[in-house]
Design a protein. Structure first.
Length: 95
């Protein structure tokens, strides 16, 4: 069980109210923690930076399901990374 983090909760609340600085901070923190759930939530809420970071993180982890999900929503970067995986014989991604 995760310990509640009042600072993160406050950032999420500010982000939900449209504070772009809070969104940026959440994206940065989620990327540092490799928190794909947080990045996914932010990306699904419209954050392009979160979507970019999610593509990068999913590519680094070889998470083809996440890349497919993003590509299916029209994310061209995810589609390109997915295509690179499909071209690569051993399934690893080289940035």
């Amino acid at each position: 069980m995760k310990t509640p983090d009042p600072e993160l909760d406050a950032l999420r609340q500010r982000a939900a109210q449209g504070d772009s600085d809070a969104v940026d901070e959440l994206v940065e923190r989620a990327a540092e923690r490799a928190d794909l759930d947080e990045l996914r939530r932010l990306a699904d809420s419209g954050s392009r930076d979160a979507a970019d970071q999610l593509v990068e993180s999913a590519g680094e982890k070889g998470d083809l399901d996440e890349l497919r999900r993003l590509a299916a929503t029209g994310n061209q970067d995810a589609a390109e990374v997915l295509a690179e995986f499909e071209e690569d014989d051993d399934g690893s991604w080289i940035p």
